[in-house]
Design a binder for this molecule. Structure first.
Ligand code: HEC
Length: 409
């Protein structure tokens, strides 16, 4: 945006500064799924607050298109028939990538959560030994606990019922969808419990917006706006009781212990994920990689100083990635500029890199490299990218929270 445009658009509000065609951002959201969204008057929910903030940033108004169907079929139908521009709250994982939409940058991380009485010490599942744990029917959490014989499970059909069961004394703890657990703990149970977010295979994933494929300009505008909305998003997440704090890593006995639901699984993770496709998360990618010929060393920064490694990484990068991400990782297009993009991941950079490169992002045209490149080759490229970051942003400054120079507050 340059010259007169900002001035002109301030005078004539119907001129959208980013050149988008519609003045209203049409948002598909679930009519009855608090804490996420609810079609009240006015509409409420975490996603509603975020959508309102996003539209404001884009100089647009919001129109809600209430869509209870979060199955891939429902999403495809709504987006392909132009019922809305964006679908709120989709997992940003390759299983959800589709040709009819682009997945935005993630704006939240959602996970299952352990709900325990306040003051109870929990560092691993074994700490719940002998207790009755409320779970929701047909969820990864239920599957995971089914493999243990040191505790019993009490099964409910919704997270709300599980929380009510907890309050009635039918169970001691719960292992359920975190956002719902936090919300009902807050609005029904006066925060009587501690809600601990978790991470682990199939238990957590980044959440994004699905943007209609045709809306390339809107997609870029949204990706530009989301990083600047971090403070708002954090505030809203807290207001709706979303689990806060460091996630507890839950390790699974083996991948085989978890059934892998079919791709046609028809429920969306935000409502909640009864049969969500299992997500190959960073942890899982690490676990998989560890079984290969290389070591489990994913903390490349130390090796990034190794000039040979960096040089080998540069060569591998230039022969596989440079035609999209630029020779030597210098890209003209900011959406392809890996040193800058990866920097936004802060301390999660390495795991994000392995996850993204292994699985690709089919919805946006980033290929899946898992079957093509070895872990060792990825590790070398990561070393090269760390070195490129250090060169560009200053040594020792490649991670941390000073992510974007443009993010003011
Ligand atoms: C055919 C073009 C293409 C090739 C080749 C390609 N990428 Fe990508 N890559 C993309 C696109 C498109 C995106 C998504 C950019 C966006 O988020 O808008 C992307 C995104 C990424 C991201 C995530 C960036 C972020 O923070 O959003 C990483 C990491 C990445 N690519 C690494 C690689 C590596 C490493 C290679 C080589 C092994 C590679 N890519 C090859 C097209 C490509």
């Amino acid at each position: 945006m340059k010259g007169l445009l900002p001035f002109v658009s301030a005078l004539f509000l119907f001129i959208i500064p980013t050149g988008l065609q519609a003045a209203a951002l049409r948002v598909c959201a679930n009519p009855d799924n608090l804490p996420f969204s609810h079609d009240g008057t006015p509409p409420t929910g975490l996603y509603v607050d975020i959508a309102d903030g996003l539209a404001k940033r884009l100089g647009m108004s919001v129109e809600y298109v209430w869509q209870g169907d979060y199955s891939q079929k429902g999403i495809s139908f709504a987006l392909q028939n132009d019922h809305c521009d964006v679908y709120f709250g989709l997992p940003r994982v390759s299983e959800w990538g589709q040709s009819y939409m682009r997945l935005s940058k993630p704006f939240l991380r959602e996970s299952y959560a352990l709900v325990v009485p306040k003051g109870q010490h929990v560092k691993r599942l074994a700490d719940l030994r002998g207790e009755r744990v409320a779970v929701q029917f047909r969820t990864p959490a239920q599957n995971l606990l089914a493999t243990r014989d040191d505790l019993t499970t009490v099964t409910y059909s919704t997270p709300k019922e599980a929380m009510e069961g907890l309050a009635k004394g039918e169970a001691d703890d719960a292992f359920i969808w975190g956002p719902s657990a936090g919300y009902y703990n807050k609005v029904l149970l006066h925060n009587a419990y501690r809600v601990i977010p978790t991470r682990g295979r199939g238990l957590d994933w980044p959440v994004a917006l699905g943007v209609r494929e045709e809306e390339a300009g809107l997609y870029r505008a949204i990706n530009g706006a989301l990083p600047k909305m971090k403070p708002l998003i954090a505030r809203v997440a807290q207001a709706y009781g979303l689990p806060q704090g460091t996630p507890l890593l839950i390790t699974t006995p083996s991948a085989a212990a978890l059934p892998r639901p079919s791709k046609s699984a028809s429920s969306a993770p935000t409502q909640p994920p009864a049969a969500m496709p299992l997500v190959l998360l960073a942890e899982a990618a690490q676990a998989d990689a560890a079984s290969g010929p290389t070591t489990n060393d994913h903390s490349a920064p130390a090796s990034a100083t190794d000039a040979n490694l960096v040089e080998e990484g540069r060569v591998i990068f230039n022969s596989n990635c440079s035609h999209c991400h630029g020779p030597n990782a210098v890209a003209g297009d900011p959406y392809m500029d890996l040193p800058a993009l990866l920097r936004e991941q802060g301390p999660d950079m390495d795991s994000f890199f392995y996850h993204t490169v292994t699985n690709g992002i089919p919805s946006v045209g980033m290929p899946t490299w898992g079957p093509v490149l070895s872990h060792e080759q990825m590790r070398k490229m990561l070393a090269f990218l760390h070195a490129a970051q250090n060169k560009r942003f200053g040594i020792g400054n490649s991670t941390g929270d000073t992510t974007t120079p443009t993010s003011t507050k």
